[in-house]
Design a binder for this molecule. Structure first.
Ligand SMILES: [Zn+2]
Length: 380
């Protein structure tokens, strides 16, 4: 059991609200942070049927990719599907939380999982993000630790998110030196006596800390450090932090014809309404993907040398324009290109709740049939 507010804090640390677009509506949209939660329910949409399924599953918090409400509303009544869904959530005390564009741009967000589902692999030495929208500022944390305590302090800081460089964790630098201090009246020194000047062998321990994790890291440092008063410096750096942004670009292990690739997309995403634009015989090697409506990324995909862009919600003239530019398109539907992230989001949340020692079960909504049906051309 946890407070809704505690789970919101874990969610905000995984997918910081500052990553979301200005026009977006994310975070806790319905509910009481003081309320209790035993079970979360992760889903692509938050609408009446999903909220009803969450209630049936005994969940008190729905975490969705598409926000409810999304656009500003003037009234909350049973007269509209949005109003009815919000009233249902309120009546049954189900809170609603949305991770939308802040999940889209996450390094392991929607497009990352879409690419993984399609077997698109990163290219060594080339960035995978199709359009970078920002980078998290970095900080350097320097702390002075008495010799013998450096490992426990480093582990606590690293577990809280410090010392990550690319594919390496627990990165630090330690240099020996001497610290001095004189405990004054009222002090309870870990080492030394009140009133006498102490000289102590210490290590200067340095780690990198991403901005989003800095409060948590400092709290972990203070909890793990043996001294009553901890000397540390937190310094803002000019170095670029980890990139976040839209899309994923990579390659297939083996080139395939466009028509076979489109069939693979349809099969892996279980999206029979998948359509494609381009010469069916064209060889496909480099693939760009953008989950959801991503036709605005055609030029980014071309600039990165992609043969095809896998996305959704492409309109006729956009398809014609993309064909004229020489880029193939696979439109696999909005739902199918985004639903892949929901089980992954649930898994990340489960791990983070466990790290935060919050006992909350995380359920994943049953995959819904696509809102689009495909007619049979020949009746049986
Ligand atoms: Zn979407």
């Amino acid at each position: 059991m946890a407070r809704i507010g505690e789970v919101c804090q874990v969610l905000d640390e995984l997918w910081p609200p500052s990553w979301a677009e200005e026009w977006d509506n994310i975070g806790l949209l319905v509910g009481d942070r003081q309320g209790t939660v035993h079970r979360c329910f992760c889903a692509l949409d938050a609408d009446g049927p999903v909220i009803a399924a969450a209630i049936a599953a005994g969940a008190e918090l729905v975490i969705s990719h598409h926000p409810l409400p999304f656009r500003p509303i003037r009234s909350v009544t049973e007269d509209s599907p949005t109003g009815a869904a919000l009233l249902l959530a309120g009546r049954e005390q189900v809170s609603l939380f949305a991770c939308h564009t802040n999940l889209d741009v996450a390094p392991t967000g929607v497009s990352f999982h879409l690419a993984k589902a399609l077997g698109v692999e990163p290219e060594p030495g080339r960035p995978t993000m199709l359009r970078v929208t920002g980078r998290d500022p970095l900080y350097k944390l320097i702390v002075f630790v008495p010799a013998g305590h450096e490992d426990s302090v480093l582990r606590a800081m690293a577990d809280a998110g410090a010392g990550h460089v690319g594919n390496y964790s627990h990165c630090s630098f330690a240099a020996p030196g001497t610290g001095t201090f004189r405990p004054l009246a009222g002090a309870h020194p870990f080492i030394g006596q009140v009133g006498s000047l102490e000289r102590q062998s210490e290590l200067r321990l340095e780690v990198i800390v991403p901005a989003a994790a800095r409060r948590k890291v400092v709290a972990a440092l203070l909890a793990a450090h043996p001294y009553e008063e901890v000397a540390y410096d937190l310094i803002h750096l000019e170095n670029d932090g980890e990139a976040r942004g839209y899309g994923f670009v990579g390659t297939l292990p083996r080139s395939v014809r466009l028509s076979s690739f489109a069939t693979r997309v349809a099969r892996r995403l279980e999206s029979p309404a998948t359509r494609f634009v381009g010469d069916p015989e064209r060889s496909i090697h480099r693939v760009a993907v953008v989950g959801g409506a991503g036709v605005d990324f055609v030029d980014d995909a071309l600039a990165r040398g992609a043969d095809v862009l896998v996305t959704a919600d492409v309109r006729y003239h956009e398809a014609r324009g993309t064909e004229a530019k020489g880029l193939c398109l696979v439109d696999a539907g909005h739902q199918a290109t985004e639903a892949v992230v929901i089980p992954a989001m649930a898994a990340e949340l489960r791990e983070a709740l466990h790290r935060a020692q919050l006992e909350v079960e995380v359920l994943v909504a049953d995959p819904r049939a696509d809102v689009w049906h495909v007619p049979r051309l020949r009746e049986p």
